[in-house]
Write a protein that binds this ligand. Structure first.
Ligand code: GLA
Length: 388
């Protein structure tokens, strides 16, 4: 998609005399550090070059008109009616961000016409909703001159709207990656403090390959919220024996020492994942920075095993994709990425093994599951920005 094309689509939809401004916010893939972001741990995501595009003009009334090139049909609402509505579908995300702006005291003075186009595959777990939230935040900031808001603020507002308007208790990772991404770098983010550094993703003769399982099991957000609650319960039990603020405050040895305080076995497994995954993430970034790709890949594989056995957010399909990948020489690491229960795996694959990767996994996966996996060899892009 180009800025010119967005312009044309906007004029076709809302009138030939309109002169919209055009913006883009990327999706993300998380290399390692899964389900650690609401446990005070570290994450290591990067922004993609696919994402969500937006075109916007203001209106002189309080009406908001949304149009998505992905789900055609104009959806109309008003600044005076920013409430979640099942019927409103995808527009609940931008509406939620507008609601969150108002809540923070940033009054939106007038209505808008907004056209959206996204090229993130639907339901793939590559953060199409977070990119739509960050995109909306950036459009509002720019259009209405809310200059004091930083990109980090836009990430936090996006997360706030997702938690409180759309009822998904997500952490900060996805919005942060979409807002703060940097070309060719992953973001090593400490979610307890929001301190972060960029780490160049130098894979020498390898690439990042995303494999889309094409399955999304239902009740994703309720299963996600369950995990979050189980971790909170585990933390409470641990706090009776050790002085910590989050699960991310513990290393493996400390966890083993105190784990019996977590009397519920399910909560204990969830907490184990959160603690070990955080330590794996720290080590993985060290390994990548040191150019030790074998170790980086080994930790990625260990992350999958932990998500499969202890956190139980993987599923048959993504387990199959990962284990097929592990058998291929030249695959440094492979694991489920994102919230889970379907979606994608992320693999680090040597260039000369990429053809074998797709040729072996595609047919074997389809034979076993009936689904046609999709493969994306991805580049790491910049965070949200204006295009025109
Ligand atoms: C989803 C959430 C994130 C994070 C991941 C799991 O993508 O939106 O905040 O918790 O799941 O790592």
């Amino acid at each position: 998609m180009t800025a010119e094309k967005m312009h044309q689509l906007f004029q076709l939809t809302f009138g030939a005399d309109k002169k919209p401004e055009i913006y883009f916010a990327p999706g993300r893939v998380n290399l390692i550090g899964e389900h650690t972001d609401y446990n005070g741990g570290h994450v290591f995501p990067c922004a993609l070059t696919i994402g969500t595009y937006g075109a916007i003009t203001t209106r002189d009334d309080r009406v908001i008109r949304f149009y998505s090139a992905n789900f055609p049909g104009i959806v109309e609402t008003s600044l005076d009616d920013l409430t979640p509505d099942k019927e409103a579908g995808w527009t609940n995300y931008p509406k939620g961000v507008m609601w969150a702006f108002e809540k923070r005291g940033y009054n939106i003075p007038c209505g808008m016409d907004i056209l959206i186009y996204g090229d993130i595959p639907n339901g793939s777990g590559l953060s199409s909703s977070a990119s739509l939230e960050v995109l909306t935040g950036l459009m509002l900031k720019d259009t209405f001159g809310f200059e004091d808001l930083t990109m980090q603020d836009l990430a936090l507002i996006g997360q706030y709207s997702e938690n409180n308007f759309n009822g998904m208790n997500c952490g900060i990772m996805d919005q942060f990656a979409s807002a703060m991404g940097k070309q060719d770098n992953a973001i090593f983010l400490d979610t307890a403090t929001l301190n972060y550094t960029y780490a160049p993703v130098k894979l020498s003769d390898a690439r990042i390959v995303i494999t889309n399982s094409k399955v999304k099991h239902s009740l994703v957000s309720s299963a996600y919220n369950d995990r979050r609650r189980e971790c909170e319960e585990a933390l409470k039990m641990l706090q009776t024996v050790v002085d910590i603020q989050t699960l991310g405050d513990l290393n493996e040895e400390q966890f083993e020492k105190y784990k019996d305080a977590i009397t519920d076995p399910i909560c204990q497994k969830r907490a184990k994942h959160a603690v070990y995954e955080n330590q794996r993430t720290i080590r993985a970034v060290e390994a990548l920075n040191a150019g030790n790709l074998e170790e980086f890949g080994r930790l990625i594989n260990a992350s999958h095993v932990s998500l499969r056995d202890d956190y139980e957010t993987s599923c048959e399909e993504t387990d199959l994709l990962a284990s097929l990948a592990w058998e291929i020489p030249g695959v440094l690491g492979s694991r489920i990425t994102g919230g889970g229960f379907g979606g994608c795996t992320v693999s680090i694959v040597k260039n000369d093994a990429i053809d074998t990767f797709t040729e072996k996994i595609g047919p074997a996966y389809e034979k076993a599951t009936g689904h046609k996996a999709e493969f994306y060899i991805v580049d790491i892009g910049d965070g949200a920005h204006k295009l025109s």
